[in-house]
Design a protein around this ligand. Structure first.
Ligand code: NAG
Ligand code: NAG
Ligand code: NAG
Ligand code: NAG
Ligand code: NAG
Ligand code: NAG
Ligand code: NAG
Length: 251
């Protein structure tokens, strides 16, 4: 009996990892990242056109901190020394406050009731949102992870550390940045999704430096949008499984 419970718990734990395997700091709490009726969750595959404009974010349970920051990172930037990859900061927004009441968001797994994180003080993003735009290089498929960090009581020095880190998007290292801001252990929720370039990949040395990684500008939408419809059924499946696990566990 006990061992059966343990097995169920272990299975649940592997289903419930919200950030990609191997990524630190990890989180097992859902972060809802919603792009106008579309919330790719926990490893779902999504088209880049869907993710072009800044999403709304929320949590399934109400958070009790007074302020939060969202950080989004591409973990699979190609370099000129494959299979070595680099990272790129896509978004850093501080000053987010949990809403007091729930909002129903459309998601790939049906309606989700979430407590939105609101930009009530109109804080300017430390790193404005850049939509995913993986180049036609190996790896074609990129993991984008989003973490929500509890910044209640962030010191002035901590804020300065975040501002400095946000200036250099390339090579963004979350554990180092959070440590420099005194925010180690403060990750409250996480999510990830994949965006894939349809390929074929061109040679590593013909498309510019590793630093830009071929990423788009803030407009993010230039180029193909064709993968959208094809990606959706998969997203529905993965998202649906995630929500099913959540419901099953009563989380
Ligand atoms: C959510 O989806 C439903 C059904 O497709 C639609 O009627 C509604 O307008 C959508 N709401 C938002 C905010 O996108
Ligand atoms: C929020 O609640 C958790 C326990 O649920 C507690 O550990 C934490 O200190 C609380 N934080 C604040 C800012 O009240
Ligand atoms: C933030 O912006 C909204 C909409 O422009 C405005 O109504 C609100 O007063 C602003 N809040 C603050 C704290 O400046
Ligand atoms: C917060 O408000 C500022 C100023 O209006 C805006 O530049 C920024 O994009 C907003 N961020 C979010 C997440 O709404
Ligand atoms: C997401 O992308 C990563 C990195 O390329 C890959 O390892 C993983 O299999 C992809 N996941 C899905 C569901 O396609
Ligand atoms: C940004 O970070 C990368 C990787 O850590 C480093 O190579 C580069 O020199 C940094 N650029 C600036 C302007 O600090
Ligand atoms: C680029 O790659 C091609 C084929 O892989 C190789 O022949 C060429 O020497 C490389 N050029 C540079 C500058 O590394």
């Amino acid at each position: 009996m006990a061992s059966r419970c343990l097995a169920v718990l272990l299975a649940a734990a592997s289903v419930l990892a919200r950030t990609p395997p191997g990524f630190t700091p990890s989180s097992e709490t859902d972060l809802v990242v919603e792009y106008k009726g579309f919330a790719p969750m926990n490893g779902a595959v999504v088209s880049k056109s869907v993710t072009a404009a800044e999403p709304r974010i929320g949590t399934l349970a109400r958070l009790n901190g007074s302020s939060y920051a969202v950080i989004m990172i591409d973990l699979d930037i190609p370099t000129n020394n494959p299979p070595k990859t680099n990272t790129l900061l896509h978004w850093m927004q501080t000053g987010l406050v949990p809403a007091a009441s729930v909002t129903t968001l459309n998601s790939t797994s049906g309606p989700i009731r979430a407590f939105l994180l609101e930009n009530r003080s109109n804080s300017t993003a430390l790193a404005p949102y850049i939509g995913p735009n993986p180049p036609a290089r190996v790896p074609l498929s990129h993991r984008y992870t989003q973490i929500l960090v509890d910044t209640s009581g962030l010191t002035e020095r901590g804020m300065l550390a975040l501002q400095t880190a946000a200036k250099n998007r390339s090579g963004f290292d979350a554990p180092t940045v959070l440590a420099s801001a005194g925010l180690t252990g403060k990750v409250a929720a996480g999510n990830s999704f994949n965006v894939t370039n349809p390929g074929p990949a061109v040679a590593a040395n013909t498309t510019g430096s590793a630093a830009d990684g071929g990423q788009g500008s803030a407009s993010g939408t230039a180029g193909g949008t064709g993968a959208g419809a094809a990606a959706r059924p998969e997203t529905v499946l993965v998202g649906g499984l995630g929500l099913f696990a959540v419901l099953l566990l009563g989380l």
